[in-house]
Design a protein around this ligand. Structure first.
Ligand code: N2P
Length: 360
């Protein structure tokens, strides 16, 4: 009897402890945070972070559309945010609960407003370009001294054919790859013309035989340990690959370029799903990450530029002066942004992308 009483007592205690344990469920991109900040957030606020990651907007969207995702904070990119706001998946943000939002970067806020008019539903977390990451020595060995400064290296079969043997990965992100293919074809990356999009998907299809894998996160380690020699990837991830190779001391030198034809600039943004259960904690988490010192630390670890203007003096100089991470005006002029395509183009792209990947 005593034993049962003790058990009941323990159960009651642990239930009440669980009830008191405040938590926040965060769903963010992989390799996109200084992990130490998660512990520091918990120490400071008492809120436990249940942290889960993804590497594609499509994955995030599928969870949100399925309903009751269980997440309190998510980080969609601009075009997805745009259509998800329209689909009623988010709640408006109460800026009075985000003291650090005052320190956001006005130019970045303005770009975000294209997707989120009036900046009502989201705050920018990170922003970046899509470009070409490559192993300097292996590419030189295959292409000679030719400078790597054009999307030609990816989209001209006569080039990529020569590098296929050392391994090429391409982002599993139709938005990124099709928009840069359109740009390479001198077509409007924002086109609403299905024939243009079809030309771009055919452009990608042509290089498919030389692509080892379409994947949006494995290229960091694959580049760093020499499994592949080129990736169409995101800026910060590419510099993480460079740093991992340097840390390993394996002699591999990774470079990242924004091709001269220009490229896509994207924004990833914190938003709170409509059905978030832990609202106070969601605000506390977002505000903590917007604190300039913390935003700078996330940039220092991830090599992605963050959306907090006031963090810039705290960002390591090597990153701040890297024009592929913090583009200057001249580089900025070569960047384009896109908005969410209409449904019929979306459906077409999804179908074609599957065809490209599966070869069917
Ligand atoms: C983080 C990748 C984030 C950029 N590894 C793509 N949204």
């Amino acid at each position: 009897m005593k034993r049962i009483a003790t058990l009941i007592c323990a159960a009651v205690l642990s239930t009440s402890a669980a009830a008191q344990q405040k938590l926040v469920n965060v769903y963010n991109w992989s390799d996109y945070i200084d992990p130490k900040l998660l512990d520091e957030f918990t120490r400071e606020t008492g809120v436990k972070v249940v942290y889960d990651t993804y590497d594609s907007n499509e994955t995030l969207e599928a969870k949100l559309l399925a309903g009751r995702s269980g997440y309190d904070v998510v980080a969609p990119s601009g075009t997805f945010l745009q259509r998800q706001i329209q689909a009623g998946l988010y709640q408006p943000l109460d800026r009075s609960r985000l003291a650090n939002a005052k320190q956001l970067w006005p130019e970045i806020d303005a770009r975000l407003a294209i997707y989120d008019p009036g900046n009502r539903y989201a705050v920018n977390y990170m922003w970046f370009t899509t470009g070409v990451a490559y192993d300097v020595a292996k590419i030189r060995a295959r292409l000679g001294g030719a400078s790597i400064d054009s999307w030609d290296i990816v989209f001209k079969p006569e080039n990529i054919r020569k590098i296929a043997d050392c391994g090429v990965y391409v982002l599993d992100s139709p938005e990124d790859v099709i928009s840069v293919a359109l740009r390479h074809l001198s077509l409007d990356p924002n086109t609403r013309n299905q024939n243009d999009v079809a030309r771009a998907t055919a452009h990608v299809q042509r290089i498919k035989p030389y692509v080892k894998k379409f994947h949006s996160s494995e290229y960091i380690n694959a580049l760093a340990n020499g499994d592949i020699c080129m990736a169409v990837g995101w800026a910060g991830d590419s510099f993480q690959a460079r740093n991992r190779a340097r840390d390993a001391g394996n002699g591999i030198e990774i470079n990242y370029v924004i091709p001269k034809e220009g490229t896509l600039m994207s924004l990833d943004n914190f938003a709170i799903p409509k059905d978030a259960a832990n609202l106070n904690e969601a605000y506390a988490f977002i505000d903590f990450m917007l604190r300039p010192a913390n935003a700078a630390r996330n940039t220092a670890v991830t090599n992605f530029a963050n959306g907090v203007a006031a963090s810039r003096p705290l960002v390591p100089l090597e990153i701040l002066e890297n024009k592929s991470v913090y583009p200057d005006d001249a580089v900025m002029k070569r960047l384009f942004t896109i908005t969410s395509p209409d449904r019929s183009i979306q459906r077409f792209v999804t179908r074609e992308w599957t065809r490209i990947k599966t070869g069917k």
